[in-house]
Write a protein that binds this ligand. Structure first.
Ligand code: GLU
Length: 286
């Protein structure tokens, strides 16, 4: 079977060294196995994604010498497909509309003595899960709402699930995230839904991405099972950080690739150094 990997950046800013590292690992994974390397633009967050950064991604990958195969896939052009998957989940009673605001959720969590915690902090307390059908319909007609996965129901349906992390088998525990949002108030899909559908649509065999997304794989595995999609192999890699242990993506002022280019950095050398695990300016893989 042909190995297919992908790089799936969100165009919310210029790419930095951490992105270059991740793109390079995904690229080399496929190329060293005679496989294909794909590009996907994950631009469904209307608040943060900006079209002007898509050109920057293309420019930065070209500067690094990383060529992808075929057309790049752009998530914002695929919204009807995500909506259809949501319809399917809705028809099977696996999702419910959620009218809560962030503030209301935070207040409810603060008020409850023992709010359950998951992979990302306190879990959604389930406020809208048990609303009577009539109230749901009445409120849906006039209130903005997200759609949440009923994780208890979904896992009951799917049964136990596993995925391959490199050579290791991991037991999926989607309840770590509680009832995740699969469609947002302001977009017909969430990251979790779109990434699951698109990894299947692009026939990705091997997902190579940062370890910060390891936990999200629990949810992706469940969505694959519910939507009848294949499960790729996963390879979550360590993240770059600076000498003080600050993650590059979170660090203010992390150098963008555009800034390195302007400063006259040699992209071939940079790529070779990254491949050898030697990072510029005291950055570490950790
Ligand atoms: N779009 C995500 C990001 O930029 C990556 C998604 C993925 O690799 O699964 O963090």
């Amino acid at each position: 079977m042909t190995v297919i990997s992908r790089f799936a950046p969100s165009p919310t800013g210029r790419l930095h060294l951490g992105h270059a590292y991740s793109a390079l690992l995904a690229h080399d994974f496929a190329r060293s196995r005679g496989g294909r390397f794909l590009l996907r633009i994950e631009d469904i967050d209307p608040g943060r994604a900006r079209p002007e950064f898509v050109g920057g991604i293309v420019e930065d990958l070209a500067w690094l010498g990383l060529a992808w195969d075929g057309e790049m896939l752009v998530q914002s052009r695929r919204l009807p497909l995500y909506a259809a998957a949501l319809d399917d989940l809705r028809a099977r009673g696996l999702v419910y509309p959620c009218f809560c605001t962030r503030a209301a959720i935070a207040a409810e969590i603060a008020a409850s003595a023992a709010a359950p915690h998951g992979a990302d902090g306190p879990l959604y307390p389930g406020t809208c899960r048990g609303l009577p059908e009539l109230e749901r319909e009445r409120r849906m007609a006039r209130e903005p709402h997200a759609w949440r996965l009923d994780v208890a129901r979904a896992t009951e349906l799917s049964g136990p699930l596993v995925w391959c992390e490199g050579e290791k088998e991991i037991a999926a525990e989607p309840s770590l995230f509680g009832d995740v949002v699969v469609a947002r108030k302001d977009a017909p899909a969430s990251y979790h839904l779109a990434v699951t559908i698109d990894d299947a649509a692009q026939q990705v065999s091997d997902v190579v991405r940062g370890v910060d997304l390891f936990a999200a794989t629990h949810v992706h595995r469940l969505l694959q099972a519910l939507l009848g999609l294949p499960t790729p192999r996963y390879h979550h890699h360590a993240l770059l950080s600076d000498a003080q242990g600050n993650r590059l993506a979170k660090r203010r002022g992390a150098p963008s690739l555009a800034a390195l280019r302007e400063a006259g950095a040699d992209p071939h050398r940079l790529v070779e150094e990254l491949r050898a695990g030697r990072l510029p300016d005291g950055f570490l893989v950790g």
